[in-house]
Design a protein. Structure first.
Length: 123
């Protein structure tokens, strides 16, 4: 399985890479939304994208909107992973096309649970 992590913090990318590897994923990383779109186009198969909200160049919500504008990615699961915890932020991310929302700080179990809900990881 392949995952794309779009996150400007190298520390958070490292943590997500480690967690996803434990769940059986090969991980490709990007430091912002623009780079994330480039990496996504380069990947032959992507099973899930975990994307931060607050990033330079292109934020996570704009990334989600750009991915959803491409009909080829209609079924690609997108998980927003962010410190934005207000209900209106959750609603905005979901209406933009995110499938799930994980609030920072997160744990391996929280990531696993969201991926199980999406049917990507089996318990």
């Amino acid at each position: 399985m392949n995952a794309l992590v779009v996150e400007d913090s190298t520390t958070i990318r490292m943590i997500l890479r480690k967690f996803l590897a434990k769940l059986g994923f090969d991980v490709v990383e990007a430091g912002n939304g623009r780079e994330g779109l480039e990496r996504l186009k380069e990947m032959t198969q992507t099973d899930v994208v975990l994307v931060d909200w607050n990033m330079p160049e292109m934020n996570g919500v704009d990334f989600v909107r750009a991915v959803r504008a491409d009909r080829g990615y209609d079924v690609l699961p997108l998980v927003m992973v962010t410190t934005n915890t207000e209900l209106e932020n959750v609603a905005e991310a979901l209406s933009a096309g995110a499938n799930e929302y994980v609030m920072k700080p997160f744990t391996l179990d929280m990531i696993r649970e969201k991926l199980e809900l999406l049917g990507i990881v089996k318990t």
